[in-house]
Write a protein that binds this ligand. Structure first.
Ligand SMILES: NC(=O)C1=CN([C@@H]2O[C@H](COP(=O)(O)OP(=O)(O)OC[C@H]3O[C@@H](n4cnc5c(N)ncnc54)[C@H](OP(=O)(O)O)[C@@H]3O)[C@@H](O)[C@H]2O)C=CC1
Ligand SMILES: Nc1nc(=O)c2c([nH]1)NC[C@@H]1CN(c3ccc(C(=O)N[C@@H](CCC(=O)O)C(=O)O)cc3)C=[N+]21
Length: 309
């Protein structure tokens, strides 16, 4: 079997178009312009790329967007002061602090200070709690898992009763991904670095979500025939075949072997990554609408309209 390639890049573009239209409506009707603040501490080159694409997407979506770039040696207290300021800034509905933070800054102290209703990353304990307590409708849900779920549902439809294996248990990806799949009534296994015989665990999966950070670790012969493979990994590796000193991006899945077994698979780049950015915009619009006392939009339904058109 050769897998269907799930085109996250194009689905994310459709979603951004829908968000831009909805943002325009909100602006016309309420004068509220969705506003996002992205905070980055230090000069990590990969982080700078992501932050730039977030700014670009925000513009495309008609949002107000600000970026705060702080030096690597910024004292923790200064960062906390900035967050307090953004918390009370009425023009800002979403706050994202790019991770990882430098070692001298206590990450949870920073994330826990972000007002839960502006926490568009969904990392605050209130949002984590709502998601795991089965109240995802009231939460802001982490962008990468939310985007991954949209991709899986687009190819599989109803996920009820499917065996899902999530590889990775981080707070950013693995754990919220597992919570979302559980809420869809999947039978969920969370694998990690201590898991015994990972290939055998993965062989039982109808849905595999790889969020490990190890280039091309998941091999084709681990994949059950016809499974849906969502590759969250973003790894930059050397690509001498492209010329001296060149690099390229690969996922946590060995695409070339997995594509021969899977039913559907996300590529890297062009899979989950662009969905993460689109869902960040979706969360910001949701936060702005809630601030205006409006109901949440169903972004999956908005996307289905594109598909039907
Ligand atoms: N596409 C996107 O939008 C995003 C992509 N990413 C990418 O996703 C990947 C994961 O990110 P993140 O969750 O932040 O990473 P973390 O490093 O926080 O977590 C990695 C997880 O993988 C597990 N792991 C490590 N080695 C193995 C192994 N050999 N076998 C099984 N499990 C293993 C770890 O287990 P243990 O807990 O036991 O240590 C850990 O739970 C990275 O490539 C990252 O770049 C991340 C965020 C967004
Ligand atoms: N607070 C916080 N929230 C995050 O969501 C967050 C974070 N910190 N820190 C880093 C990770 C990583 N991440 C990505 C987002 C988009 C792409 C993306 O768009 N990737 C493109 C390729 C980009 C390129 O060419 O480098 C793609 O996969 O097609 C990748 C990775 C968000 N993260």
């Amino acid at each position: 079997m050769t897998a269907e390639r799930i085109d996250g890049k194009s689905i994310a573009a459709d979603l951004r178009d829908k968000i831009a239209v909805e943002a325009k409506k909100l602006i016309d009707e309420t004068k509220i312009v969705p506003g996002i603040a992205v905070v980055i501490v230090g000069e990590d080159p990969a982080s700078k790329v992501y932050v730039a694409s977030k700014g670009k997407a925000a513009k495309e979506c008609n949002f107000h967007s600000v970026q705060h770039t702080l030096p690597e040696d910024t004292p923790e207290a200064d960062l906390l002061v900035l967050i307090e300021k953004l918390n009370t800034d009425d023009a800002i509905h979403g706050i994202l602090v790019q991770l990882p933070l430098p070692n001298h800054i206590n990450e949870s102290k920073v994330l826990n200070l972000i007002r839960p209703d502006k926490d568009v990353d969904g990392f605050h304990p209130i949002n984590v709690g709502l998601l795991t307590a089965g109240e995802r409708d009231k939460a802001l849900v982490p962008c990468t898992p939310a985007g991954s779920l949209i991709l899986a549902k687009r190819v599989l439809g109803n996920l009820s009763g499917k065996n899902a294996v999530v590889i990775g248990r981080s707070n950013i990806v693995g754990k919220p991904m597992a919570a979302l799949l559980l809420a869809e009534s999947c039978t969920v296994t969370i694998a990690h670095s201590r898991t015994k015989d990972l290939p055998e665990v993965v062989r039982g999966a109808d849905i595999v979500v790889a969020a490990v950070g190890r280039p091309q670790m998941v091999k084709g012969d681990w994949i059950k025939e016809g499974a849906c493979v969502i590759d969250v990994g973003i790894n930059r590796i050397d690509a001498p075949e492209r010329g001296e000193g060149k690099t390229r991006l690969v996922g946590d899945v060995d695409y070339d072997s997995a594509v021969e077994r899977a039913g559907s698979i996300t590529p890297v780049p062009g899979g989950v990554g662009p969905m993460t950015i689109a869902l960040l915009m979706a969360n910001t619009l949701t936060a702005a609408r809630r601030a205006a006392g409006l109901s949440d939009l169903d972004f999956a339904a908005l996307l289905a309209e594109v598909e039907a058109a």
